[in-house]
Design a protein around this ligand. Structure first.
Ligand code: ATP
Length: 235
């Protein structure tokens, strides 16, 4: 079943078209990645899906429902969880408070259950639960950002550059968690500059250049595509 469908999406900053006629779909249970160089329009697309930016033209549907007519908070309620580039955690709240806030509106029992799961995935967060967000390392902040998306019970996780600024070992760890979440049922739309890793974990990929999709297909096929190897895989 198609969970997210984007058709002929156009997004502009002032008069500059950052995204031009982009169409793609994410099926329930899939990991789909949007790959592209700096400035290709990847983050802009995620912002339009979560409602942080308006679309100039086109349509976005989620589980059959038109998203563009919904304000951002209702999209969150529908199950869209955005982990933005730069992580978007609260530096002056503790780890536990950050997680509690993300679970706002849910019962205490559900909160405890999900908290156990987040701490199981990220033992480091359990160790640091009373520490302020802004005292965490970059990797720990990234874990907290993903943890917050889990606490919100996202049905679709929008992950923007989860590898950014992280040491290679932590990057591996984060990508393992992404795969584990997916096995547990989460659908994931992953934006990455690290094309190698993204193609390893994703089922399908779309390659963006200058705001347009120029290539798409199963990750395994794209890994061997000459244009992709040349431009993104250093091959
Ligand atoms: P990055 O990895 O750098 O985030 P990206 O593929 O996510 O790259 P976007 O951030 O979506 O790219 O940017 C797409 C285009 O829109 C770029 O040309 C960028 O300069 C422009 N852009 C992004 N944000 C703004 C903004 N707030 N105001 C004006 N132009 C913007």
């Amino acid at each position: 079943m198609t969970l997210l469908e984007v058709i002929d999406l156009w997004i502009a900053y002032d008069r500059i078209n950052a995204v031009r006629g982009v169409s793609f779909a994410v099926g329930e249970g899939e990991i789909v990645t949007l790959i592209g160089a700096n400035g290709a329009g990847k983050s802009t697309i995620l912002r339009a899906i979560s409602g942080l930016l308006p679309a100039a033209r086109g349509s976005i549907t989620f589980a059959g429902e038109d998203l563009l007519s919904l304000p951002a908070h209702l999209r969150t309620q529908r199950g869209i969880a955005h982990v933005p580039e730069g992580r978007g955690i609260f530096g002056n709240l503790t780890v536990l408070e950050n997680l509690r806030l993300a679970a706002y509106g849910r019962s205490q029992a559900q909160f405890r259950q999900d908290l156990r799961e987040v701490y199981r995935l990220f033992p480091r967060l359990a160790e640091r639960r009373q520490q302020w967000g802004n005292t965490l390392s970059g990797g720990e902040q990234q874990m907290l950002a993903v943890g917050r998306a889990l606490m919100s019970r996202g049905r679709l996780l929008l992950l923007d550059e989860p590898s950014m600024g992280l040491a290679p070992m932590l990057v591996r760890e984060i990508f393992k968690v992404i795969q584990r979440l997916n096995r547990q049922g989460a659908t994931i739309l992953l934006v990455e500059q690290n094309a190698n890793l993204a193609l390893e974990v994703a089922h399908r990929a779309y390659i963006l250049e200058n705001g347009e999709i120029f290539l798409s297909g199963p990750s395994r096929e794209l890994q061997h595509h000459p244009r992709v190897q040349e431009a993104y895989l250093g091959g």
